[in-house]
Write a protein that binds this ligand. Structure first.
Ligand SMILES: *Cc1c(COP(=O)(O)O)cnc(C)c1O
Length: 357
């Protein structure tokens, strides 16, 4: 199987071999050491300001989105949320469930966010801004520098779901004055699913410590206290956390987050250059390095996904809902090489020869 989806993505041999090992008992100094190192490297790669903390939640990315909403925000807040696709919609649903007042800025699929759209919300008593860094469902990367300026002017808490952005695109939490950064194990970390990560700025930590969420498993206060000694309140996905440790250390040894971003950007640019003669349109006004969203002009997107999977052993990422027939995505995160893209391009050219596209 050759996997170009946006998660779970392809893991390399080293990471997969850790998955085959016996899972160790975890209330030990050895596992604490691994967790402290995971926290240190995550803070380093997200460029978190001094005094920030990272917590590791056993649960997919959505668990960390929900934990952020219930621990950092309260019903006294008034949030702005950007809804540009299924992950933006997920924040809208979470804010509704937890009764956090909010205004929603809804975007067309593929549409970028602009300053003009934000203008009506200046000086209107908002307290928080909730957004994806990259709306993975449509492949739109938002202008975080622009949003950061808005948050600074309006003194807003700034919560960023960077689940598919972290390690794929530049993200400087300190420069952005972001307060929450979320990521997940199965995206650019290229590990199996099951763990998500929340980085909290000192301002967000104050919020968490003053809050009293009505949930035990996702109460970040106990995660933070346990994390001080490299432990978690409940049994974590020990195996995945060991894989994350390996991956973070490898990225560090190879030159750090900039090198990893450049590697992923190189693959994205290579693929985008090579598809110029294929009957596909790119359907995003502002792209991330993580994924290329494509509209096939001569065939159904879902048929292309199915034929590639069943006849070529190649997995691209289908879209859901009303984009099912019109858009598919090709990911650039995970253990992929240029040779893998050559294999995909060869298959796409074959589809063209067979008049499938
Ligand atoms: C993958 C992803 C999520 C999390 O989805 P899970 O299935 O819960 O891991 C959330 N937001 C974005 C932007 C994502 O790409």
């Amino acid at each position: 199987m050759l996997n170009f989806t946006v998660g779970p993505v392809q893991s390399d041999e080293t990471i997969r071999s850790i998955g085959a090992e016996q899972v160790p008992y975890f209330r030990t100094p050895e596992f604490s050491e691994i967790m402290l190192e995971n926290e240190r490297l995550t803070l380093k790669f997200s460029k978190a300001p001094k005094g920030s903390r990272a917590v590791f939640i056993t649960g997919s990315g959505t668990a960390s989105m929900e934990a952020s909403v219930i621990n950092v925000l309260t019903p006294e807040d008034k949030a702005i949320v950007i809804n540009g696709g299924s992950f933006g919609q997920r924040f809208v649903d979470l804010l509704n469930i937890h009764k956090i007042p909010f205004s929603e800025i809804k975007l067309r699929h593929g549409q970028a966010l602009t300053n003009e759209m934000l203008a009506p919300y200046e000086n209107k008593g908002y307290t928080a801004f909730v957004v994806q860094g990259h709306e993975t469902s449509t492949g739109v990367k938002y202008d975080l520098d622009m949003i950061s300026g808005f948050c600074k002017r309006n003194n807003l808490l700034f919560l960023v779901d960077a689940i598919s952005l972290f390690l794929a695109d530049r993200f400087d939490m300190e420069a952005l004055c972001a307060d929450v950064m979320i990521t997940g194990s199965q995206k650019a970390l290229a590990c199996p699913p099951g763990v998500s990560v929340i980085v909290l700025s000192p301002k967000a930590l104050d919020r968490v410590n003053a809050n009293d969420p009505k949930c035990m498993y996702l109460d970040l206060r106990s995660a933070l206290t346990n994390g001080e000694r490299g432990q978690t309140p409940f049994t974590p996905a020990v195996g995945v956390l060991r894989q994350i440790n390996k991956r973070l250390k490898e990225i560090d040894a190879k030159g750090g987050v900039e090198t990893e971003i450049a590697r992923i950007r190189g693959l994205a640019e290579y693929f985008r250059e090579q598809i110029k003669d294929l009957p596909f349109e790119i359907v995003s006004e502002s792209m991330s390095n993580a994924v290329t969203p494509l509209h096939p002009t001569t065939a159904s997107a879902y048929d292309i996904f199915t034929v590639l999977k069943d006849e070529y052993g190649i997995w691209v990422c289908p879209n859901g809902g009303d984009m099912k027939e019109t858009v598919f995505r090709v990911g650039h995160i995970g253990a992929l090489t240029k040779a893998d893209y050559d294999t995909l391009l060869k298959a796409l050219k074959d589809l063209q020869k067979r008049k499938i596209i």
